[in-house]
Design a protein around this ligand. Structure first.
Ligand code: AMP
Length: 398
């Protein structure tokens, strides 16, 4: 069975075609600058192509994807009939849908109603779905929600200390994001530890351009750092993470900024970029720090320190009963120095890193010492495969 996975952003569309029998990626690619001009790159087991092409909208993007997948030279399917289903990454359906579902008009309506909870992503996800429905009639479309894994959080973890009416009226609560990634690494880690998923207690650290940390008890999320939106939690590439909420009014008033401008400031101009003044990419900030840039060094220290504090608080939330701390995503998988800084000083909790094992990029590997009470693992995430697996399960049961 072949599943096409689509991740539609506001001006981009990423895709992968996965063979479910072998879990092999048959093709992957990216449509960029949709609605601006257009750039398309595609790589399959048979060849690759990269070109500037007009992408007026997501429908154009999907058309290019289909052409590339069926191309005689660099394609990998003879016709669209070989594609069993399309799995879409969808940001949120609020509290209305958690599980992976076959997309119907009702599902689309719910995703539309939840646009206020995901103003950048939900409209793009919908556009991607509609473009695929049109271009691939009769092929089942499935939605996998980014918030789904976090729906098991108890009220004490997901409610904010605000008047309850705002939760009731507007759904203001913690939803959490990167759920597909946290779910994937939870399942993979359980396998690596030789346990069943409902037996593992983990602290999963997804550290990438966006970063979030999740406390997992018996395979289920009990708390996570991202909140109503992906702005809360750790400081990230361009996002400020958790700050004193009074700062919003304080800076807004001083600088005469509107709510929308404050939102942009906190989402796009803060984090590593805002503190270092260098950039949002971890490698750039690290390079600047190595060259003696003080603010870049402070930004990296903040990143490690904040992550350490969340690990400590989730250790407490899990009552100290933690099997492993798991690192994943661009920074978590690749930057051994940062992993070491994060867990440095946590030896008292039984968390001991093995410097040799931890060096550099690691794949599905234990990097803690043999006598570390809590193991430390590096497990590459694979959200696309998780989406494809969920999608396959839905179509197998149709
Ligand atoms: P992601 O959002 O998971 O794609 O991760 C992107 C982040 O990972 C960026 O900040 C990159 O700079 C960072 N990253 C990627 N590769 C490395 C590496 N080898 N060392 C350190 N950071 C990396």
């Amino acid at each position: 069975m072949k599943i096409l996975v689509i991740n539609a952003g506001s001006s981009s569309l990423k895709y992968q075609l996965i063979d479910m029998e072998t879990e092999q990626v048959l093709a992957k690619g990216l449509c960029e600058r949709i609605g601006v001009d257009g750039k398309f790159s595609h790589k399959s087991v048979n060849g690759e192509v990269s070109k500037d092409v007009e992408l007026k909208n997501h429908a154009d993007a999907v058309e290019n994807v289909i052409e590339a997948l069926t191309d005689k030279e660099y394609g990998c399917v003879a016709s669209l009939d070989e594609i069993a289903a399309v799995g879409h990454r969808v940001l949120t359906a609020g509290e209305k849908i958690y599980e992976t579902v076959l997309i119907t008009d009702e599902v689309k309506e719910i995703v539309r109603e939840c646009i206020p909870l995901g103003p950048l992503h939900n409209p793009a996800n919908l556009t991607g779905i509609e473009a695929c429905e049109k271009a691939m009639p009769g092929i089942p479309q499935v939605a996998v929600f980014d918030t789904a894994f976090h729906h098991t959080m108890p009220e004490k973890a997901y409610l904010y200390g605000l008047p309850y009416e705002y939760y009731e009226k507007y759904g203001v609560r913690r939803y959490g994001f990167h759920g597909t990634s946290h779910r994937f690494v939870t399942q993979r880690t359980a396998k690596l530890l030789g346990k069943s998923v409902d037996e593992v207690n983990l602290i999963t650290c997804h550290l990438g351009n966006g970063s979030s940390i999740t406390a997992v008890k018996n395979g289920k999320c009990i708390d996570t750092t991202m909140g109503l939106t992906p702005l809360e939690g750790m400081l990230m590439g361009t996002r400020c993470g958790a700050i004193d909420p009074a700062i919003v009014c304080f800076i807004g008033e001083k600088e005469g900024l509107s709510y929308a401008e404050m939102d942009t400031l906190m989402n796009k101009k803060s984090g590593l970029l805002g503190v270092s003044g260098v950039g949002s990419d971890f490698r750039d900030v690290t390079k600047a720090w190595r060259e003696g840039n003080h603010r870049a060094g402070v930004a990296l220290e903040m990143f490690a320190y904040q992550c350490k504090k969340y690990i400590g608080s989730y250790y407490a939330a899990l009552g100290g009963d933690v099997d492993a701390i798991v690192f994943t995503a661009g920074i978590g998988e690749n930057d051994g120095r940062m992993r070491a800084s994060i867990v440095e000083g946590l030896e008292g909790l039984g968390i001991k890193m093995d410097a040799e094992l931890n060096a550099g990029k690691c794949v599905d590997k234990v990097v803690s010492t043999a006598d570390s009470k809590i193991k430390i693992l590096v497990v590459p995430t694979n959200e696309e495969l998780m989406i494809a697996k969920d999608t396959a399960e839905i179509v197998e049961n149709l």
